[in-house]
Design a protein around this ligand. Sequence first.
Ligand code: NAI
Length: 284
Amino acid sequence: MEWKRVSVIGAGQMGSGIAQVAAQAGYQVVLLDTTEEQVQAGVKRIADLLARNVEKGKLSAEEREGILDRIATTTQLEEAAQEADLVIEAVVEKLEVKAEIFRRLDQCCPNHTILASNTSSLPITEIAAATKRPEQVIGMHFMNPVPVMKLVEVIRGLATSEDVFRLVVAAAERMGKTPVEVNDYPGFVSNRILMPMINEAIYAVYEGVATPEAIDQVMKLGMNHPMGPLTLADFIGLDTCLYIMETLHEGFGDSKYRPCPLLRKYVKAGWLGRKSGRGFYQYS
Ligand code: NAI
């Protein structure tokens, strides 16, 4: 059976990007968030990005319209669920929130629907356990910004079936991505390696080793990283960085993953990075 409909739950920076690449791949997309305002903010992000691509000559104005026409919006989970072949969840990185969404999706979606999570670090096996179809639950971890980055980590939960894995790999490829198979352990591969580096950079600020600018310069010029770790942390979202460190800390029970107190302080202050206008740097 050929998939036609993809629903995306959460219209933030990741969800809007996933909706865009799915619509570009020709899927009929339903994009959901909790309020109309949040959904429209997600659609505006997509519309603006596509407009820039038209200006750059990468896309025609008709193609842009076609992509936007394929994206419907809703704030009702039942509506997003009812005809979906594949649902990709991209809400806040909290297990209890994701588990509740998967429990409800399981009740509202047709039997054949595959439920994927874009979680950065949470156990797919545990998210799957909230449903009665754990063999149809899988991790589909896109990178930020979704329209640009090629990688999708495809994470098998303990019960994920071989057929589901193959179908999701094919869908990721249709969206122009390169899927890489990973097993279900905290942080998978990407964030198990990336996030401790970011956390260590935050410790270096906390201990007064150097300024954020200096730390980013060292890693860019010295290690050839395209972006310094603190610029990257602001880009990812400091709340998301904290939740991932907490997942690593709890999941492995090893103090080497303890989140830096300065990261906690920034998140408590509402300094979430680029999306809130302030993190290690300020954004206008
Ligand atoms: P974000 O804060 O930009 O967006 C999250 C969206 O989810 C918000 O629009 C929020 O209103 C919505 N939401 C929250 N609870 C909801 C609910 N119960 N039902 C429907 N919508 C709800 O966060 P972002 O960065 O898009 O992250 C989303 C997920 O993607 C997280 O699991 C994160 O770990 C993961 N991720 C993030 C990456 C990043 O670089 N920021 C990279 C890869 C994965």
